[in-house]
Every structure is written in C-alpha cells, then in structure tokens.
Design a protein around this ligand. Sequence first.
Ligand code: UDP
Ligand code: MG
Length: 320
Amino acid sequence: MNTLQKPIDISVIAPIYNEEGNIEEFTNRVLKVLNQMALTYELIFINDGSKDQSLLKIFKICEAHENVFFINLSRNFGHQIAVSAGLDHVSGQCTVIIDSDLQDPPELIPTLYKKYKEGNMVVYARRNKRKGESFFKLLSAKLFYRIIRKLTTIDIPLDTGDFRLIDQSVVKYLRLMPEKNKFLRGQIAWLGLQQTAVFYNRDERKVGVTGYPFKKMMRFALDGITGFSEVPLSFVTRLGFIILFISFLVILYAFYSHYFLKVTITGWTSLMVGIMFMGGIQLFCLGIIGEYLSRMNKNSMNRPLYIIEKTNLVSPKENA
Ligand code: UDP
Ligand code: MG
C-alpha cells in the first residue's frame, strides 16, 4: 500500500495526540530498533487532531525517512479509532501497536517479534509496574481490568493496554469487525487464536499530558463493558424482579395492617424514601439501557469511522 516495493515484515502504528515533545525521540528509538532487527518495515503515524505542532514534526520526519508515513485525521476521533485507522492501512506481515508518548518502550519490539516468530498470533505486552502515574489512574485502571474480566466471558488479559504485536490475519479479522465503539483489546481477545504475554515495566510519559482524562476513560470503560458484556442488562432485569417481589410483600403487609391490625399507615417519610429509592433505581436502570441503545444507534447510522484529511500513503482506504 505504500511506495516501497519489497514485502514488509513489520508495520508499526503510532497514534499521536499532542505529542510534539515526544515524536522525535519516539521516531529515533523506533527506527533504531527496527534497523537493528534488519527487517523491512513501515512506521505509520496517525495524527488524531493534535492541537500542537505534532503534525509539522510528522511532516518533517516523513520527508527525512522513506518508510515513515502519516495519516492525518480531520479531527480528534480518539485513541481507539486512530489505531483502527492505522490498522486499516498497514501492509506488514505483522503489526505493532504502540503509544507515541514513550510509555511503551520501543526496545521491547524485538522481544515481541521473537515470540511472534515462535508461532504466536498475538503477543501483548503486560505491565509489571507503572511508573509516574497518579494513584487515581493506577487504582481506576486496576479496578477497570478486574471489573471487565468479571463481567465478560472472554478472556481479556489483566493490566494490558494496546501495546502489542499482531499477525496480519488478526489485522484482517479486526477490519472485518464493524462496530463503531472500538475496544481493540477486547476484540483481539474475542478472536481467540494463539496469544501470549511479554512482561515489561511501563515508563513515565516523557513530555506532555495524558490524552485520556476521566471523561474519556469512563467512555472507554463503558465501550468495553457494553461491547463485551450483557451482565448489566440482565442485572436490570434481576433487580426489577427483586424489587417487584419486595413491593408485593409490602402490599401484602399494607392489606394485613389495614384489615387485621386496623392500622392505616400515614407515614410520609417512608413514602418519600420509597419514591426516592425507586426513582433512583429506575433512572440508573434506564441509564444502563440507554448506554446500550446509544451504541446501537451509532452503529445503525453507519457513518464512516473516521475522516482522513491528508496522507502520504499511496492508496489510502476511502474514509472508513
Ligand atoms: N491518543 C490519541 N487520541 C486521543 C488520546 C490519545 O491518538 O484522543 C494517543 C496519544 O498520543 C498516545 C496514546 O494515544 O500515543 C495513548 O494516550 P495517552 O498517553 O494520553 O493515554 P494514557 O497513557 O495516559 O492512558
Ligand atoms: Mg500514555
């Protein structure tokens, strides 16, 4: 798909969102590793609507290196979509997905590749330690990986992000998955196939701030849960049954107290508590259903997943 004629052994895709301070070092480290591996390669940057000088830096790098390419998305579509855009355009025998903030060390790529050559279709990098992240981020990440494992029947590996190497067949299957709310690590786990882990210590982000603030993290978590679990929906049903049963008992008691005890309950407090409680539960359950519905809505609209503003790839896939 690119200008190189030789078959490509390894493609590396790196999403970029406001990484002007990291791109150069990232490129140098990745290219150094790839050159040492003596393989044919392509490095594709996906600029996800950066608001800083990232794109200009990418242009410069692409001019200097014939096997570095870029896809400039028309706005910020989010990390998962940026990676999906990259996956749609790789042509290597295998592909490495890596963050460009140097939290995922490029020096791990040869180890991932070695495991791949041993016959694994997916080699994911699992975090031993995470340096320099806030207590809140560590706790929420830990909780998230554990909750999603409880809620889903597929085996999503713990403490593993998207940093991984995947075979071209995995790329092909991912392209066949039409969902708009991407949760790549779940989708890859869903595929099954021969998968293995390599452990590493996650570094601090070199420069800049996280592109995953709380709101994005929540949306991502909900995409993971709604995409791979129906437990919340059956929870709503079960909760409905339990509350129905409790209300039935309360009604029985009300009749009993009226006809036999001759006490008619006048309590305003209990009524208020009941109404507030029920109202809360109903809204919560409606919210859960709404989360699923909004995702169905997004999928039924069938809009393209992203829009490419510009690229130096020779035959880019039409905006989708
Ligand atoms: N990123 C992106 N789009 C976004 C947010 C992030 O392409 O909307 C990129 C970012 O440049 C980085 C990777 O995705 O290469 C991971 O993001 P980040 O480091 O901000 O997330 P964190 O490591 O804090 O979870
Ligand atoms: Mg990061």
